[in-house]
Design a protein around this ligand. Structure first.
Ligand code: GLY
Length: 354
């Protein structure tokens, strides 16, 4: 499969950029997909653009619990009932849940219509909306069903970040920190110095722009994740296990928090197995502890966490697959660890973060 490259536009004039992006996709009917939150908070910011006056709005429930087959079927039905054709265009206005599910709905309706992502959360701007991964949760598993299908354009306007609460802001920032770790010491250090108490939005915009370029560059090299795109999984093997355990115990955490905690573990493994420098691990851990706090668990949870890691869809033949680092920017994909090393890693996490 060949993936078309998606156009990523860092916009300072959303109206003009969106008009241009829409004009690049000739269409008969225009749909805007929102969730209940972005319908209230973000739609008013674009609905006043005169060229959207005939757009048809589809609204779905907010949060990951609605990233389901039922919601997907609802979007397909709305598209069909409201006159959507193979030549229609959909704008996905929202966080990762809306861009993932909306991208999947668009890519499958009438065998695929064009879509444009307008991410409104930091997580969606720097990660979910870029790179063509679409899908829904299914059978209790996150992003179990979906397709690689890039948006025609991704329009990033950091003014939307002013509508975000603090937990959602730092949740997205974890993916930026990941991009720092897999890119250059300068970008990593710049990220560790960000002051969340006095948010400098123009500076944040600059960091977002660098972050998106890092992801875009990797996705362009390896759109279907056969090799280097696995760099983007740093922190996610353990992070997904923390996320699943937290969900199972009815104490859910935002994705980025779990990824940040997962990076603590995977930097430890990187020191152990691929000679990542300990001082850089310690500096990163300090930032994560101060920004994200701690995820509490004890040794009774180790078996369950191990099971979650074994069931990760990034594994093959039941072997847990890690992405580790030899240095900042020195990416080592397809690494493994023994059960003993994983137990030691969890011991280390509890000692370093507790
Ligand atoms: N979120 C990781 C990726 O897009 O590959």
């Amino acid at each position: 499969m060949i993936m078309n490259k998606q156009q990523i536009i860092l916009s300072s004039d959303l109206s003009a950029s969106l008009k241009q992006a829409i004009e690049a996709c000739p269409h008969d009917k225009l749909f805007i997909l929102t969730d209940e939150c972005t319908h209230e908070l973000c739609l008013p910011l674009i609905q006043e653009f005169d060229y959207l006056s005939n757009a048809c709005i589809i609204t779905i429930g907010a949060t990951d619990t609605h990233k389901t087959l039922e919601t997907l079927a609802h979007v397909w039905k709305e598209l069909g009932d409201k006159g959507g054709t193979r030549h229609s265009l959909m704008l996905n206005l929202g966080g990762g849940m809306v861009t993932d599910l909306g991208g999947f709905a668009a890519s499958t309706f009438k065998r695929g219509i064009a879509y444009i992502n307008i991410p409104t959360t930091l997580l969606a701007m720097v990660d979910a909306s870029v790179g063509g991964k679409t899908g829904i949760n299914f059978n209790g598993l996150k992003n179990e069903v979906g397709v690689f299908s890039p948006a025609s354009s991704v329009l990033i306007d950091t003014n939307f970040l002013r509508t975000l609460d603090f937990p959602n802001l730092v949740s997205g920032y974890a993916e930026m920190l990941k991009h720092g770790l897999i890119s250059t010491p300068t970008h990593w250090a710049e990220l560790l110095n960000f002051d969340f108490e006095h948010i400098d939005y123009p500076h944040l915009q600059n960091l977002v722009s660098q972050s998106v370029k890092i992801k875009e560059d990797i996705v362009t090299q390896d759109p279907l994740e056969h090799g280097i795109r696995k760099a983007l999984n740093l922190g996610h093997t353990v992070g997904h296990a923390f996320e699943s355990l937290a969900l199972e115990e009815n104490r859910p955490h935002l994705h980025g928090y779990a990824v940040a905690w997962g990076m603590v573990c995977e930097l430890y493994l990187s020191c152990l197995k691929t000679s990542f420098p300990q001082d850089k691990m310690r500096q990163t851990i300090r930032f994560i502890r101060e920004t994200y706090g701690n995820f509490e668990f004890d040794c009774k949870h180790y078996d369950r966490l191990y099971q979650f890691m074994t069931h990760d869809k990034k594994n093959s033949s039941g072997i847990i697959n890690f992405t580790l680092l030899g240095e900042i920017g020195d990416i080592r994909i397809n690494q493994t660890a023994t059960r003993k090393e994983i137990d030691d890693m969890l011991d280390f996490y509890r000692e370093a973060m507790g």
